[in-house]
Design a protein around this ligand. Structure first.
Ligand SMILES: [Zn+2]
Ligand SMILES: [Zn+2]
Length: 341
């Protein structure tokens, strides 16, 4: 079944024609539970990874024995063996701090399936995304470690692949264990995060929203805002007006290309560490496919509930946040960078 994003609640270019210069596209991946094969683009599915090739491992020094058994995470999700909560985190393995731990395969994307996926080095067409299942990296000692592998799929097609594929026995956090999902890519229009637009335009967007909010509040006095729809959107007395950040610019959910959201940290420079070129968004991994603002919920999913249930992949980054992976537009072989929002 395809997934179709509803039309935006208003045409933002009719109000701010200068936004046309920033109009871009992004491909929403719309992951949904399924049984993908190595020949499919997927989240949490088997990778096209020949048996003879070394599987990516994390050897950065950190504890790799405390958390949950990966099999218990899956068992709990099936409702077999009770639920799993922070109280169940414990030390399960005694391993040296630099023992190679297999990275988790989060996703693989074939360019033929995903219109906004940029090519990899030398025209590589298959992106394979991995993460270390422990938040124990970087300067803070609590950061994420992501690994992107690019492959020419034709060179590996038909190769024998390991079944099951390597995975860590213990994960530091259950949000690193993806559920197998097939994808339903859909290209949509997108605009930059407001804080990345020229300051003057950003201020006018803010003023426009404030004005519309005031108008809506004035109307509320005469006609109480009783109908919030079956989803209980927003859940408070905020008038339900479309907002640039939530409804008109960057869609939620897993997607490729387009613009990054910076709602947690505010924008900061993401320049290539090799050539200093400003990097562009490659891929977003999102904890939810939509949240309280359900305007992005595909029409085919009309009956499904809002946050926190819209997480078909069960992958969670940060505090129900998102992982943005960036690529160098000058040379796709330069190392990727990422930010958690
Ligand atoms: Zn690690
Ligand atoms: Zn570069």
């Amino acid at each position: 079944m395809t997934r179709t994003t509803p039309p935006r609640p208003l045409d933002v270019e009719a109000v701010f024609p200068e936004l046309a210069a920033y109009r871009g596209t992004t491909t929403r991946l719309h992951p949904r539970p399924g049984a993908p094969t190595v020949a499919d683009s997927s989240v949490g599915g088997p990778l096209l990874w020949p048996t003879g090739e070394a599987w990516p491992v994390c050897t950065e020094p950190h504890d790799r024995g405390t958390g949950y058994r990966t099999r218990d995470v899956r068992r709990a999700r099936r409702g077999d063996g009770g639920s799993l909560g922070p109280q169940d985190r414990r030390r399960l393995l005694d391993l040296p701090d630099d023992h190679p731990v297999p990275m988790i395969a989060l996703a693989q994307l074939y360019r033929r399936d995903v219109p906004d996926l940029r090519p990899g080095p030398d025209g590589a067409d298959l992106l394979q995304l991995f993460a270390c299942p422990f938040d124990a990296h970087g300067r803070s000692g609590h950061g994420t470690k992501v690994h992107v592998h690019w492959r020419h799929s034709a060179e590996a097609a038909g190769a024998e692949v390991a079944d099951p594929q390597p995975e860590p026995e213990v994960v530091g956090f259950d949000g690193y264990v993806p559920e197998p999902c097939v994808l339903h890519p859909e290209q949509v229009v997108t605009y930059p995060f407001a804080g990345c637009l020229p300051e003057e335009l950003c201020e006018r967007l803010d003023a426009w929203e404030d004005e519309r909010e005031e108008e809506a509040e004035e109307q509320t006095v005469e006609q109480p805002w009783t109908d919030r729809g079956p989803d209980g959107d927003h859940g408070d007395e905020t008038p339900d007006i479309p907002r640039y950040q939530y409804d008109l610019s960057v869609p939620p959910g897993w997607r490729a290309g387009g613009y990054a959201s910076w709602h947690t940290t505010d924008p900061y420079p993401m320049d290539c560490q090799v050539c200093a070129t400003p990097m562009e968004l490659l891929l977003t991994v999102d904890s939810g496919e939509w949240d309280g603002t359900v305007s992005w919920r595909p029409v085919e999913d009309a009956g499904l509930p809002p946050h926190p249930h819209a997480s078909p992949t069960q992958v969670v980054f940060g505090r129900w946040g998102e992982l943005n992976v960036f690529a160098c537009p000058g040379d796709p072989g330069h190392p990727h960078r990422w930010s958690i929002q």
